[in-house]
Design a protein around this ligand. Structure first.
Ligand code: NAP
Length: 609
């Protein structure tokens, strides 16, 4: 034979195997990726230099194996050959097949092949140049995930040159756009697939308007979208308004809104598909209720509104609608702003209540019925107390459901490429480098398990990821001490631990809480809301009174929090705050003069400026 036969790998003399062939079947790109080899006669140059006929045939076989990620030696009349090809097709894995019965020297090739592989019948399958074997062995390897693994790991270098893109980002939100532009900056070929599935109310965000305000909002959103597209074009990132779905390793199907499908390959992928509002799952919710995605596209003023839910979105929408003078009720299942400092959350609720927002606590809707059609129409909401003892009814023009959001991960073919998700939440667990369990697939933003659902976090994670992947950087996204703001009528800014979490984590004896009310100067003359604005810091006594929690309730709380969060990132201590000279008379000044601890029970009420 002249060549050695090793288990699992047909090996030819290196100098021969490395020689290029002229008519090699090549891995196909995009749509036509199942390739049947036309002719096994592999080029005269090779044949001419091989004296030994067997060697020539071996070389031919080896060249097929070397050049193709998946190589199937088969026979057109063999049902198992057909089945094995079907198997790869079903996984959307491109392959090359050589029909030995249709090939010149087919029988001789088959004999040499049997000798090389010790397989006694076709089909004979190779994946990443590794011998898998006949149909049964291939099926077994597939069931055990071995084929997938071979394609993921060993395939990397071999396939690199032939991908359509270096990176395909699925999802054109803030995180995805940031990552794509950053990757393009480093000369990478990048594509963004972006698609908005309309809400049950048919909203796609940009078309409708609701009086002057909603028209202005829509115009602004339109200008943002335009700006995003322009900046992608400037950075040479390919943008496609199409729904992305994995169909096989390194391969994605993009379906546009006319149903036209295209296939693309990439070396790496980034999932940045975000979340969409969740519904209640009770009769009438999808038919008659709206979500925050619909609010600014409503072609009419919502009128008397019930907001269901008690977190960011619910309280922000309720506050804004009440601010427009509407009759607003919030239906709360348990507590306000779960996960936030509860003292602050309750102060927000009290302030909203004092300004006309009604709260129905410990109730959930069980049915929504339409009483009257119209713009707005009239809806009846039947709700049950959380202890199940009481049923109440109420009539509203609009019901806005804000009960959280679901990660958009269940329809993008993650199961086909083996990306694990948390089955309950749909969220994707990732390493501290935002890598999923499938090494070439990354994820950022709201789809991540156990991470903050905040736009700037996704942007930061996307940029840093692109820099690590393509610019040799090592900095990871720091998910600790992320500042955030709830834009309720009385704004709430926070960074670090809530008081209850700090007490639980460090113990009451190790925590010092400094706090005070403050009265913004501009509120003093109209005698507005005295002792409503509130500042609190939480310090770790065991660590030099380092500030581990920062909370402020008042005008421009977001502005205030942003600056202090940088100081907290630098390790701010109470002594450093005390040593900081305040700016009089701004709201943030209060943090430079905090002197009353909660433990002391001292008076924190303000009588004036
Ligand atoms: P969320 O934080 O997940 O809160 C869901 C709310 O809905 C909770 O109050 C929850 O009550 C309630 N709820 C859930 N299921 C319910 C049901 N079946 N019936 C009645 N109430 C129900 O959701 P979100 O407000 O939509 O916010 C999602 C994320 O977006 C947030 O985590 C936030 O990070 C981000 N966000 C940020 C901003 C900002 O930065 N300003 C603004 C908006 C959103 P329980 O407490 O009883 O579970």
């Amino acid at each position: 034979m002249g060549s050695s036969v090793r288990k699992g790998r047909a090996v030819l003399p290196a100098e021969q195997a490395a020689r290029p062939s002229r008519e090699q079947p090549h891995r196909a790109a995009t749509e036509d990726y199942h390739h049947e080899a036309q002719n096994a006669n592999n080029g005269q140059a090779i044949t001419a230099c091989c004296k030994n006929k067997d060697k020539d045939l071996q070389f031919k076989i080896q060249a097929y194996i070397d050049k193709n990620t998946v190589m199937i030696f088969s026979n057109t009349a063999c049902s198992l050959s057909a089945k094995v090809k079907e198997l790869f097709k079903s996984m959307s894995i491109p392959y090359c097949s050589l029909e030995l019965d249709q090939t010149e020297d087919g029988q001789k090739l088959q004999d040499v092949l049997y000798e090389l592989t010790m397989e006694t019948s076709v089909p004979i399958v190779f994946v990443q140049q590794k011998q898998i074997g006949d149909y049964d062995k291939t099926l077994k390897a597939h069931k055990e995930g071995k084929i997938q693994k071979l394609l993921e790991t060993k395939g990397h270098d071999h396939m690199q040159d032939s991908y359509d893109y270096d990176l395909i980002v699925i999802g054109g939100g803030s995180g995805g756009l940031a990552a794509s532009k950053e990757a393009a900056k480093y000369g990478k070929k990048v594509m963004v697939l972006d698609y908005v599935t309309p809400t049950p109310q048919g909203t796609r965000w940009v078309k409708h308007s609701w009086e002057t305000m909603t028209e202005a909002v829509q115009n602004y959103i339109g200008s943002l979208n335009w700006g995003y597209r322009v900046s992608l074009r400037e950075k040479k990132v390919t943008y496609e308004n199409a729904f992305g779905e994995f169909v096989g390793p390194h391969t994605i199907k993009a379906t546009n809104n006319k149903g036209k499908e295209k296939f693309y390959t990439a070396e790496k992928f980034l999932i940045a598909t975000g979340e969409r509002p969740r519904y209640l799952g009770v009769p009438g919710d999808k038919e008659y209720c709206i979500t925050s995605d619909d609010l600014f596209s409503l072609p009419y003023c919502p009128g008397k509104t019930l907001v269901v839910g008690a977190s960011y979105v619910a309280l922000e929408c309720a506050g804004f609608l009440a601010g427009l003078g509407l009759d607003v009720t919030v239906m709360v299942r348990s507590i306000l702003l779960r996960g936030f400092d509860q003292e602050m959350a309750n102060k927000i609720g009290e302030h909203m209540e004092e300004h006309g927002v009604k709260f129905v606590k410990e109730f959930v809707p069980i049915k929504v019925e339409q009483i009257e059609e119209g713009t707005p129409g009239k809806l009846k909401v039947i709700a049950q107390s959380t202890d199940g003892r009481e049923i109440i009814e109420g009539e509203y023009n609009t019901v806005l459901v804000a009960v959280g959001r679901d990660a958009c991960t269940r329809t993008i073919g993650l199961d086909r490429v083996g990306v694990k998700i948390n089955e309950r939440s749909g969220k994707i667990p990732v390493s501290d480098e935002e890598q999923t369990n499938v090494p070439y697939i990354y994820a950022i933003g709201d789809v991540l398990e156990g991470k903050l659902e905040l736009t700037p976090v996704a942007i930061q994670a996307g940029r840093l990821l692109a820099q690590r992947l393509y610019a040799g950087a090592t900095l990871k996204c720091d998910y600790v001490n992320v500042p955030t703001t709830v834009f309720t009528p009385l704004e709430y800014g926070a960074c670090g631990f809530s008081e209850e979490t700090a007490l639980e984590k460090f113990g009451e004896e190790n925590i010092e809480v400094y706090h005070s009310y403050f009265w913004p100067l501009e509120w003093t003359v109209p005698s507005r809301d005295n002792n409503k604005c509130y500042a609190k810091i939480i310090c770790n006594i065991q660590d030099n009174e380092r500030v581990i929690g920062f909370h402020v309730l008042g005008p421009n709380a977001g502005e205030v929090t942003q600056g202090f969060s940088a100081a907290i990132k630098c390790g701010l201590t109470k002594a450093q705050l005390d040593n900081t000279i305040g700016i009089h008379p701004v709201c943030a000044e209060i943090f430079t003069t905090l002197s009353v601890t909660k433990r002391s029970g001292g008076n924190i009420l303000q009588s004036g400026c």
